[in-house]
Unconditional design. Structure first.
Length: 497
């Protein structure tokens, strides 16, 4: 049969039609034959013009959710968010399942071998149906400002204020495998990968378990070694990122315990993992992830401290002190948000930059990567994040008065060394904007601009320091007149490779 299109969904429709015509089959039977032949991921809905009262949906490795309306109506989408305003009940199709939807009639599900399936009906989170920007001009700004409350939600029932302890049901349920893990592998993409880099530092420092962090897209194709006793953590806001889902499935097939850290309840990754922790920060609409990132870092902080306590690799005193400090983070984040007006005034200065550099060390190195990613995504200014000490191995050649350099120089173990790195940039005419801890004036003389942040333990600095960098990217993009929530070429969930 000659190909009439290069678009895969059009090819699939042609194939189904060809099978119908050449074998005298109805659309459902023809679809079952077709799907046994095709390779790859799909989520499709078919309407046969001869049967306009019937929709047929199928999925494999791509998300598809069917909302069940109260009046016999159906709603189909790739996640629960867009259908939540119409119904509270949903069915998530499994791979190779086909659903037949007829208005006013019960949902029928079969697989591609035509065996009847009985999927469970799930409740959709009611808050999903109630999404608006409120008084904010963009979802991203609203989501940045929501973060203190989001982190309170994330910690609710998990961080216990009575005795400053952490209780995680996932750790209780899989205590042996988690506490005896010989290695932890973190797989994720984009911002979630940056959260994973912070998670590595937290888990290695407090639990003394070696951690590797990998791009899910690389992990899935390099035949990774998975050893008995490995735990794989898949981090994803949407829970639908194709590469992260495939990496989690691969790890599971090789015998690892797979642990999900997701935001979207009921998402594919959360259903494919053995256990996990939802970040519970509410729906994130802005394409540039903000509150999901700090939610992921909060979950990783709780996980690291909880596991460390179980493994007795942290002293009781340090454990309680750090849990107490984690509880105080939302309030400190509120203080960090007060930098908004200063950053709004500063932002136009950077509008014409062609390149920017973000520097940090230790826990703040991933914050530098994340700050640079935010700027790239929504302002279309090229930006790179670097561990500050790596500057002298190449990137320092780029420094001149045209290149804004953002340095995360909050109080931390390596601050003295970072100060030397800042001097190196200054000596080459770099224009420095420094994030510093309030009360520390030692950076001021090298910096053109200083943004002061509240003090916290260095392991929680990312939760505070990422806030002004989110605001900076936001205000630069707004100054350039760009659509912050829907930047060009980007999708909120990357459900294809
Ligand atoms: C974040 O600002 C980006 N839009 C992007 O890097 C995102 O974090 C990445 O696509 C992973 O998404 P996920 O967390 O939903 O898996």
């Amino acid at each position: 049969m000659p190909f009439k299109s290069e678009t895969d969904s059009e090819v699939l429709v042609q194939l189904v039609e060809y099978i119908m015509q050449s074998n005298g089959l109805e659309v459902l039977e023809a679809l079952q034959v077709a799907l046994q032949q095709v390779i790859g991921a799909y989520a499709i809905v078919i309407l046969d013009r001869e049967h306009p009262d019937t929709l047929i949906c199928a999925r494999k490795s791509s998300p598809l959710v069917i909302g069940l309306g109260a009046d016999g109506d159906y709603h189909i989408a790739s996640d629960a968010l867009p259908i939540a305003a119409y119904t509270s009940q949903a069915v998530y199709l499994d791979d190779n399942d086909i659903a037949i939807l007829r208005y006013g009639q019960p949902l029928q599900v079969v697989n591609i071998q035509n065996e009847a399936q009985h999927p469970k009906i799930k409740q959709i989170d009611r808050t999903l149906g109630d999404i608006s920007k409120g008084d904010y001009p963009f979802f991203m700004l609203k989501e940045i400002f929501e973060q203190p409350d989001c982190l309170r939600d994330c910690m609710r029932g998990r961080v216990l204020s009575d005795d400053d302890t952490i209780s995680l049901s996932a750790v209780a349920d899989y205590r042996k495998q988690l506490t005896e893990a010989s290695r932890i592998l973190i797989v994720a993409c984009g911002t979630s990968w940056h959260a994973g880099l912070i998670g590595k530092q937290l888990i290695e420092r407090f639990c003394r378990i070696p951690v590797e962090v990998e791009y899910a897209s690389e992990f899935r194709y390099r035949d990774p070694v998975i050893l008995p006793g490995d735990v794989v953590i898949a981090i994803s806001q949407s829970g639908e990122t194709a590469d992260t889902l495939a990496a989690a499935e691969l790890a599971r097939s090789k015998g690892a315990l797979v642990f999900g850290i997701c935001n979207a309840v009921g998402s594919s990754i959360s259903r494919q993992t053995h256990t996990g922790i939802y970040i519970h920060v509410g729906p994130e609409i802005g394409v540039a992830s903000t509150k999901a990132f700090t939610g992921q870092v909060t979950v990783l902080s709780m996980l690291a401290l909880c596991l460390a306590h179980e493994r007795k690799t942290i002293s009781e005193a340090d454990y309680h002190e750090l849990v107490g400090e984690l509880r105080r983070i939302p309030a400190k984040m509120e203080t960090a948000l007060q930098t908004n007006e200063l950053i709004r005034q500063l932002a136009p200065v950077f509008t014409y930059a062609r390149n920017c550099l973000y520097l940090g060390r230790g826990y703040n190195y991933p914050v530098a990567l994340e700050g640079a990613l935010k700027l790239k995504e929504i302002s279309y200014i090229h930006a790179e994040g670097y561990p500050a000490a790596e500057m002298k191995h190449g990137p320092i050649a780029l420094i001149d008065s045209e290149m804004p350099v953002f340095v995360i120089a909050t109080r931390e173990t390596l601050l003295d060394k970072l100060r030397s790195n800042i001097q190196e940039v200054k000596a080459r005419g770099g224009r420095i904007t420094a994030l510093t801890t309030v009360g520390d004036n030692s950076i001021r003389r090298y910096a053109d601009h200083v943004i002061e942040l509240p003090d916290t333990h260095e392991c929680f600095q990312p939760l505070i320091a990422s806030v002004p960098l989110q605001l900076l990217a936001y205000h630069i993009a707004v100054s350039k007149g760009l659509d912050v929530d829907y930047p060009r070429n980007l999708a909120k969930s990357v459900t294809v490779e």
